[in-house]
Design a protein around this ligand. Sequence first.
Ligand SMILES: NC(=O)c1ccc[n+]([C@@H]2O[C@H](COP(=O)([O-])OP(=O)(O)OC[C@H]3O[C@@H](n4cnc5c(N)ncnc54)[C@H](O)[C@@H]3O)[C@@H](O)[C@H]2O)c1
Length: 282
Amino acid sequence: MAVERIGIVGSGIMGSGLAEVAARSGYDVVVRSRSKTGAEAVVTAVTGNLDRQVDKGKLEARDRDAIVARITATHQLAHLTDCDLVIESVVEDLPTKRELFSALEQIVKPEGILASNTSTLPVIELAVATQRADRVCGIHFFNPAPMMKLIEVVRPLTASDDTIKTAMAFATACGKDAIEVGDRAGFVVNALLFPYLNNAVRMLENGTASRDDIDTAMKGGCNFPMGPLALLDLVGLDTSVSILDALYAEFGDPNYAAVPTLRRMVAAGHLGRKVKRGFYEY
Ligand SMILES: NC(=O)c1ccc[n+]([C@@H]2O[C@H](COP(=O)([O-])OP(=O)(O)OC[C@H]3O[C@@H](n4cnc5c(N)ncnc54)[C@H](O)[C@@H]3O)[C@@H](O)[C@H]2O)c1
């Protein structure tokens, strides 16, 4: 299926990154947030990112203008009608996403593909909330979306080969390395990554080492570009707890049981970089 027009639902860290990637790759993009200001903030954020690249000489000003011109901001779902592919990237909460998929089912043209950027939730639950389960899949980007090379294309039991082929082709057209994964909580990357992140917080909790020393250890000892606590701040602590909860619910492995410190920090509103305070201050 030819994909030309992309809908993005959600204006958080990932919604904004997805809009930038798709517009940069030449697609027309409609970004929908619940509020007009939320949707417009995506355009401002993308413009700001591209401005920095123009300043560094990595992008021509006219290319920046063309990319931004391809993005339309809206607070109305109805503006997604003509999209060939809609990628949902709202809060990691199954009832919220299911409700959104039911609404998208009514609005997006019947041949349109509906995808989720969920990190851990069962994509099949979203597929069966629609009348087009064959045209629903996961397209899981990584954060920050413009920089990270990988996309996991998630195949729920109901997805057609054409849907998966189209999603893989879209990911490749965005300049990413695409892998196909089964519909299991955490897919490949988060299922392997989150026990490590969770155990880093456990080490901080039980006094094995300080915040800075834990991060220094994994950068110097494993050549990771950032330490686990800095990475949790980047992902968002609320999103991280949701991911761990979904992994624990599916596998029952104690390594996936979010340690108390993470939950307390979320309760305190210390959600990481997006609020300028998590394990670090920004
Ligand atoms: N943060 C990451 O590192 C990362 C990476 C890959 C995928 N994801 C996934 O992307 C999705 C979004 O995550 P994010 O990091 O951008 O989160 P975020 O907190 O930055 O943004 C969440 C968005 O959801 C919207 N939202 C909240 N409640 C809503 C509701 N009831 N109805 C509709 N919209 C609602 C918010 O307004 C906001 O636009 C999640 O499914 C997450 O698992 C996150």
